[in-house]
Design a protein around this ligand. Structure first.
Ligand SMILES: *Cc1c(COP(=O)(O)O)cnc(C)c1O
Length: 347
């Protein structure tokens, strides 16, 4: 198996990262005249006139107390989408390397690959939306640098079998990225525990879903020290703004509020499933460990348009391979779910 050092692009290995004004100063400063900021203050809030901490140390230490991952094994991005892009730029040589994704899955892996001119090899999930480990290893070659696994998977909602994931991490000769954007809604434990055993694993989580901060753009990546160092080297110096850092910390201090709403979402998920399961227009509801359900219906396009006309927007996944005829419905508030149930009942 190749080491992280062997997988990293040469230009990234030799890259001298941007050194910010504050990086270079080692003493105890009281007068900051090094970064051409406005010394007089900000019209909006205290400290907004200063550049934010490039390594988001306060936020990382707060996350560390909750996740049990040391701050040095964390990268914070402008959404997890930034972490995905940074990983492409670290490991994949444009026009030469490839990555493996397992459709149906999150669309950003392929978009990010295309932006970086990296070939995408698709190995579909099985019909029960699990990994086809054998086919994945067969599709891989010396230029396969990353494998993306999404668990719970978007748009199918199911968790990926942990035994199969661990079997694969031992045989895939590259970086294994496990996207856990929906982990807070799942009964299965996080794959974070793999990090202590495997230096080639990256776990992605986000403040955009259960934490209720999609607008602020704060994503997390957990990995071994070497991968995190490269991510910090490649990211834009001030990639997460101060307001987002402060408010993510505030969210972490309101963990009870978050946990209560996760419970409510999960219970509403069951209620929505039970309410629409008997409808003749519903062919199948896939089991979900996320805050959405994938529903196979008799006429996806017709039902999508019908809901849209009522001002209800869901995601039409009916043209996606293995999701034929399916709509993806996010779990709403009880009132919103009543509106959907009522509309579907009257279709
Ligand atoms: C929503 C989602 C994300 C979140 O991306 P952010 O950039 O952190 O908002 C990541 N992965 C998956 C699979 C998602 O569904």
């Amino acid at each position: 198996m190749r080491t992280v050092e062997e997988l990293v692009r040469k230009n990234i290995k030799s890259l001298k990262p941007y050194s910010s004004a504050r990086d270079e100063f080692k003493g105890v400063a009281t007068v900051f005249l090094d970064a051409n900021e406005n010394s007089y203050g900000s019209p909006v809030a205290e400290k907004f006139n200063r550049y934010p901490d490039p390594l988001q140390i306060d936020l990382k230490e707060k996350i560390s107390t909750i996740k049990g991952v040391p701050a040095g094994n964390m990268f914070i991005g402008n959404g997890s989408d930034e972490a995905i892009d940074v990983l492409f730029r670290i490991f994949c040589e444009p026009g030469k390397d490839n990555v493996i994704i397992c459709p149906p899955t999150y669309g950003m892996y392929e978009v990010s690959a295309n932006i970086n001119d990296v070939e995408v090899r698709k190995v579909n999930l099985t019909t029960d939306y699990q990994l086809n480990g054998e086919a994945i290893l067969k599709a891989a070659d010396a230029n396969s640098k990353m494998l993306f696994i999404c668990s719970p998977n978007n748009p199918t909602g199911n968790t990926i079998n942990a035994t199969e994931v661990e079997a694969l991490v031992q045989h895939f000769d590259g970086i294994m990225v496990i996207d856990e954007a929906y982990i807070n809604y799942s009964k299965q434990p996080s794959f974070i525990s793999l990090l202590t055993k495997y230096p080639n694993v990256v776990i992605l989580q986000t403040f955009s879903k259960a934490w209720g901060l999609a607008a602020l753009r704060v994503g997390m990546a957990f990995a071994g020290g070497p991968i995190i160092s490269y991510m910090n080297k490649v990211k834009p110096p001030y990639n997460v703004n101060l307001s987002s850092q402060q408010q993510a910390i505030q969210a972490l201090e309101n963990i009870e509020w978050v946990n209560n709403l996760i419970k409510e979402t999960v219970s509403e998920r069951s209620r929505l499933i039970e309410a629409i399961k008997p409808l003749t227009i519903v062919n199948k509801i896939y089991p979900s460990d996320a805050n959405f359900i994938l529903v196979k219906v008799v006429d996806a396009k017709g039902i999508y348009d019908y809901l849209a006309a009522k001002g209800i927007v869901v995601r039409d996944r009916s043209k996606v391979e293995l999701c034929e005829g399916c709509l993806r419905i996010t779990i709403g508030t009880p009132e919103e779910n009543d509106v959907v149930i009522d509309a579907l009942t009257n279709y």
